[in-house]
Design a protein around this ligand. Structure first.
Ligand SMILES: Nc1ncnc2c1ncn2[C@@H]1O[C@H](COP(=O)(O)OP(=O)(O)OP(=O)(O)O)[C@@H](O)[C@H]1O
Ligand SMILES: [Mg+2]
Length: 669
């Protein structure tokens, strides 16, 4: 695509070329409507006609040529300004020879104007104004300007392009002031008001935290900033340029990168390939001479995934997959980085790594990167952020330094709760009567295809007790849960339920026997509504009204969303549903895999209390959790898992002492 005015095709002489150049100098070189008083008539009697575009078009008969035969026998597009004498075909005085090429003195406009009728038939009139081309802003163009195009002078650009062009032609530009500004943004989903007049900013060179209860609108705000969700009202400014209507991929080119709360990776590609996709895209659009592989390698190293660079992403645990997304975002070399719950699903070891990574991001921030961080892990968000915005029910309820926000009464009531201030209270219970364990795994082995993941796991879950299963990512905890729920048949060893061997009986049979699980990743159906999920839970024999009453009693937010399809619920709301579904159905054994993932702190408190209460009522529980300290506070026993084996079982106090060294051993192994 040529953006700059073309030289006249014919040899009309240096004088005409000079006029053309003079006029071009006053036009936006990106073919925009010229600014204000510079608006010129592109064709008038005194002016040379514009040159044809490079590629010649075919006429209505499929012939190539700059000019063709008009329906009424006239030469198309000439409009009388160019002498046509001698060009007509001998058998048709009004036409050029068939298939003939446009000679130097022939019609130079035919190809451009040869489409037709109306214009071709219009009488040639000196001084007739040609319509200005429609404005096609930089961000709507498919490709950048062609190579070998001289940099346009800024005064030749229209207002919109001034910003875009500066971005393109100058690779390094330190931004001053606010990088991102969201002004009065409101978003409605039918009757649900997800955002309501939200105004906030994220300066370059700072980490800005964004926290709030589940369903507060944080992810929706990210969608608005990245262009995935058009706002009903308000606007988004990137360095003072309004990008509200800009397409998502163009915003990405302009320097906005993000990670997703619900992972969006290519599962069948390796870690390195996932990141390479982003690096290649960056190379494609940036016009920089980048070695995409080197950029991808650097990003993978930066998030500490070098050792699994060649592993398929769908073989990685959730926590590490989040780091893949982060590496992918970094590979685009963004100026604004949006992170949606990056620590969710990470155990302590990786969370520590992430804290180091955020430290690195802060270093990047010091060199100009802006980071907007949504996170429910308070140690991370409060430790990393310069400023924090708090959203509740789609409105900003507080903004300030981490210390200010933590001290804010409204924020504590709506979001933080008192959890971080005091250890969760532990009910004193009578010791469980001696009986056969409800669940027992004896030397269990399990594999995904040819890869064995569990190499002889032995573990028991006594009746009416909470057993916590801890260990670093990739230790095999979720696979153990799958085996226990009957979703993965062990390749060796025994699975016993109340003393009876149940290897391979199927998840449905175990569910009817009272085994309920909240799997990693929630296991909800995105196209069914909340109520439909609860109705499905009646398969276990509990009445629907009872299930509904308990679920909505525990999570009132679900009552408000009862008819909403679950795929459109916020991450935390989906988690609430997954937990409500099992807690409301009189379980005998609960298998809970990372139930706190994506939940606001105040809600995690409530959830742990519900788990504790269920145990007090006689339910046996096996729980895998990200937050070791919290889960040890509510557990009766705990086990540490490493590399597909249970290494140690003991009381929570004993395990707490050994946890750090065990995790470090796991990380080293
Ligand atoms: N497409 C949609 N249709 C209907 N409602 C929606 C849609 N997307 C989001 N919502 C609703 O908008 C509200 C805000 O959702 P959002 O995902 O932004 O919350 P969030 O702050 O990210 O929460 P969480 O911390 O749980 O991830 C929620 O109540 C959600 O149910
Ligand atoms: Mg969210």
């Amino acid at each position: 695509m040529r953006h700059h005015g073309s030289e006249p095709a014919g040899d009309e002489g240096g004088g005409l070329r000079a006029v053309g150049r003079a006029r071009r100098a006053r036009r936006c070189p990106l073919r925009h409507v010229p600014r204000g008083r510079d608006r010129v008539r592109l064709h008038d009697a005194a002016e040379p006609a514009r040159a044809p575009p490079r590629g010649r078009r075919r006429d209505q008969h499929g012939r190539r040529g700059a000019a063709g035969r008009a329906p009424h026998g006239r030469v198309r597009g000439a409009e009388g300004r160019v002498p046509l004498v001698g060009l007509h075909h001998p058998r048709d005085p009004g036409a050029r020879p068939r298939g003939g090429r446009a000679g130097p003195e022939s019609d130079r406009h035919g190809a451009r104007r040869g489409r037709g009728g109306a214009r071709a038939r219009a009488p040639a009139s000196a001084g007739r104004r040609r319509r200005a081309r429609p404005h096609t802003p930089v961000h709507a163009r498919r490709r950048g300007p062609p190579r070998r195009v001289p940099r346009p002078r800024e005064r030749d650009l229209c207002d919109f392009c001034t910003w875009g062009a500066r971005r393109r032609w100058t690779s390094v530009k330190k931004s001053e002031g606010v990088l991102l500004r969201v002004e009065d943004v409101s978003v409605w989903f039918g009757g649900v008001r997800a955002l309501s007049g939200v105004t906030l900013d994220a300066p370059a060179g700072e980490v800005t935290g964004l926290i709030g209860p589940n369903g507060a609108g944080k992810t929706t705000l990210f969608d608005v900033v990245t262009g995935l969700q058009p706002p009903g009202e308000g606007r988004v400014l990137l360095e003072d340029a309004d990008v509200t209507a800009t397409a998502p991929h163009t915003r990405s080119r302009l320097g906005i990168a993000r990670t997703f709360q619900r992972l969006e990776v290519f599962g069948t590609l390796s870690v390195a390939e996932n990141v390479l996709v982003a690096a290649e895209m960056r190379r494609g659009w940036s016009r920089e001479r980048l070695d995409a592989r080197a950029v991808a390698r650097e990003a993978v190293e930066r998030v500490g995934l070098s050792e699994v660079a060649d592993v398929r992403v769908d073989r990685l645990p959730t926590g590490r997959t989040r780091l893949v997304e982060l590496a992918r975002a970094l590979a685009t070399r963004p100026r604004l980085l949006l992170l949606d719950e990056p620590s969710s699903g990470l155990t302590e070891v990786e969370t520590l790594g992430l804290a180091q990574l955020l430290q690195l991001l802060r270093e990047l921030a010091a060199s100009g990167l802006g980071v907007l961080l949504v996170e429910h892990d308070m140690s991370l968000v409060m430790g990393a952020s310069d400023r924090v915005h708090v959203l509740e029910l789609g409105r900003v309820i507080a903004t300030g330094t981490p210390a200010d926000v933590q001290a804010d009464e409204g924020v504590r009531a709506a979001y933080l709760g008192d959890r971080r201030l005091s250890a969760p209270a532990r009910a004193v219970r009578a010791p469980a009567p001696e009986a056969a364990p409800v669940l027992e795994l004896r030397d269990v082995r399990a594999a995904y295809g040819p890869i064995e993941v569990l190499h002889g796991v032995s573990l028991s879950v006594p009746a009416r007790e909470v057993t916590a299963l801890l260990g670093p990512n990739g230790a095999g905890k979720s696979t153990t849960m799958k085996v226990a729920a009957g979703r993965l048949v062990p390749t060796g060893g025994d699975l016993l339920l109340c003393g009876r061997r149940v290897n391979g009986v199927g998840a449905d049979v175990l569910a009817r026997a009272g085994v309920r699980s909240v799997p990693e990743g929630r296991g909800v159906f995105p196209n069914l509504t909340v109520v439909e999920h609860l109705r499905m839970a009646t398969h276990a024999g509990t009445r629907f009204t009872d299930i509904e009453e308990r679920a909505f009693g525990r999570f009132p937010r679900l009552r408000e969303r009862r008819s909403q399809v679950v795929g459109t619920l916020s991450g935390g709301e989906q988690q609430m549903l997954a937990v409500a579904r099992v807690l409301s159905t009189d379980p005998a054994l609960l298998l809970l895999d990372e139930i706190s993932m994506g939940l606001a702190p105040v809600l995690v408190d409530e959830l742990y209390e519900a788990v504790r209460q269920a145990a007090d009522e006689g339910v046996s529980i096996l729980i895998v959790e990200q937050f070791a300290a919290e889960v040890l506070a509510l557990a009766d026993r705990a086990a540490i898992m490493l590399n597909g084996r249970v290494q140690r079982v003991g009381s929570p106090a004993e395990i707490a002492d050994e946890l750090a060294s065990a995790y470090l051993a796991g990380a080293a192994g």
